[in-house]
Design a protein around this ligand. Structure first.
Ligand SMILES: Cc1ncc(COP(=O)(O)O)c(C=O)c1O
Length: 312
């Protein structure tokens, strides 16, 4: 008997075919394994009263195609085909909520850096997934560390693309933070501006206003970030996209992170400095946007139904 894999489902979509989970394999000479020539997405499917709904699926897939364009990778399927594949997988796996990981990568043809002739392969992988940070941590708030690793810069790679190559930067920052007893790392740009978490965008609250770093501070343009900006403005808060400096994090009234996996989670300490007044739980503005986001994603708010893509 093999070990039971807690995230495994039955089916994966690979290069146009639905395959059994154990058969979804690649060759060790896969170009992407050696040179990180892959671009992926992370998407959540939520259980709603109207059945499973994939949150902003089209926007996530559009980001995948934009990323591929930046790196001269032509995806051999139409966006609509990957959208249908996602729905099909959710149906065939008989699940009402999960995380979906589409990935586009260069496969095996020969050894060497050239992209010429390397096949563009595509997989859509649904996995069982609930919390990225456990519930206890979500209540207490994250303890974050400003990483000694800078966020990769646009002069080397595109930080705006969800490319596998970017994630060694995030993995190093996360590993360093965890080794030192923190839950998450916050990375600064090479100029010392606050950029983002290892898999999340960041917001601060100061004097009732929300502030989040702009694209030119080397962030991934998060779909959760975009949703939170819209929700916060709808509630009536002012949201500014402008550079944040390290000390502004320490003295913010509230700090929270956003991402598909993490959803919306507050930060209670950064570099051992308590954020805000030290009261337990998220601050009032974080709580408000968090609660609207949670309801919106789970189909409880008609105003945001435009973000729901139901599995038919
Ligand atoms: C580095 C990084 N920043 C930000 C985000 C948040 O993006 P999104 O809200 O689209 O999941 C993610 C997660 O995908 C990420 O990996």
């Amino acid at each position: 008997m093999g070990v039971i894999d807690p995230i495994a489902l039955k089916k994966i979509w690979m290069d146009g075919k639905i395959v059994a989970w154990p058969d979804a394999k690649v060759h060790v000479l896969t170009h992407a394994l050696h040179y990180a020539t892959a671009i992926f997405e992370g998407i959540r499917c939520y259980s709603t009263r109207r059945g499973p709904s994939v949150f902003r699926l089209t926007d996530h897939l559009a980001r995948l195609y934009r990323g591929a364009k930046v790196y001269h990778i032509e995806i051999p399927y139409k966006l609509e085909q990957l959208r249908s594949a996602t729905f099909k997988l959710i149906k065939e796996n008989k699940i009402d909520h999960c995380y979906v990981r589409p990935i586009v990568y260069l496969g095996y043809k020969k050894i060497g850096l050239s992209m010429k002739g390397a096949p563009v392969q595509v997989a859509v992988i649904p996995v069982r997934f609930d919390h990225y940070f456990d519930e206890k941590l979500a209540k207490r708030g994250l303890h974050c560390k400003i990483s000694s690793w800078s966020r990769l810069s646009i002069t080397a790679l595109s930080p705006h693309v969800k490319a596998s190559a970017n994630y060694l930067n995030s993995v190093l920052a996360k590993a360093e933070a965890e080794r030192e007893g923190y839950n998450e790392a916050i990375m600064l740009t090479e100029q010392g501006h606050v950029s983002e978490g290892t898999g999340e965008n960041i917001f601060i609250v100061r004097k009732g206003k929300l502030i989040t770093p702009p694209f030119y501070d080397d962030i991934l343009g998060g779909i959760t970030r975009e949703s939170i900006i819209e929700i916060a403005r709808d509630i009536g808060y002012v949201v500014e996209e402008k550079s944040i400096l390290r000390d502004e994090l320490y003295t913010a009234d509230e700090v929270f992170l956003t991402g598909t996996a993490a959803e919306v989670i507050h930060v209670s300490k950064i570099d051992d400095i308590t954020i805000g007044n030290g009261k337990k739980g998220p601050g009032p503005i974080t709580s408000k946007v968090q609660s609207v986001f949670y309801k919106a994603a789970r189909g409880e708010l008609p105003k945001y139904e435009k973000w729901l893509e139901f599995v038919k």
